[in-house]
Design a protein around this ligand. Structure first.
Ligand code: FE
Length: 181
């Protein structure tokens, strides 16, 4: 009985949501790794043959794991209303990670007050962690910013930021989790 109790305790402790990450390189074998997908947990990038190992999940899986607001912004490219998120005036030292997969995206060292009501950064932690693509919705040509690992929509990047890059990464609070240092 004691053994059964210990076994059940161990199983319960291991019962955390997990994410399978796979390489998506065409034609390549699919190395996989399982990483914890708990929110506000920093899960570093993993590389296989120099390529970022990606997270792949069905939209149904995302829907079951994310809040309604997270799903709307991260998976449906929505935008939270300005000045409503919990990170636009957040000033602690630490790392902002993707709310979908925990990939470190931005450092508090590069955060600045843009006055827009959204968290703003002048550069990502690593170019590898950000995917840019043109977004022509709403009658504007903008550059969309995605998490390079899970494809989660983060926001947009504009060429009106401060030195040294001159860029403004305008990111939704709901797309980010903060890990304090
Ligand atoms: Fe992600």
């Amino acid at each position: 009985m004691k053994f059964l109790t210990i076994l059940l305790t161990v199983l319960a402790c291991n019962n955390v949501p997990s994410t399978t990450v796979t390489s998506t390189e065409p034609g390549a074998p699919s190395p996989t790794a399982t990483v914890a997908a708990a929110s506000d947990t920093l899960i570093p990038a993993q590389y296989t043959d120099g390529k970022l190992v990606k997270v792949q999940k069905s939209e149904d899986a995302w829907k079951s794991e994310l809040s309604e607001k997270e799903f709307y912004v991260l998976r449906q490219e929505g935008t939270e209303r300005a000045f409503t998120g919990d990170l636009w005036k957040h000033h602690e030292h630490g790392t902002y990670v993707c709310a979908g997969c925990g990939l470190p995206l931005f450092s508090s060292e590069t955060k600045f007050d843009s006055g827009t009501g959204w968290p703003s950064f002048y550069k990502p932690i690593s170019e590898d962690c950000i995917a840019d693509k043109t977004d022509s919705s709403h009658g504007m040509d903008r550059t969309e910013v995605e998490c390079a690992r899970c494809g989660g929509h983060q926001g947009h990047v504009f060429p009106d930021g401060p030195p040294p890059t001159g860029l403004r990464y305008c990111i939704n609070s709901v797309s980010l989790d903060f890990v304090k240092q």
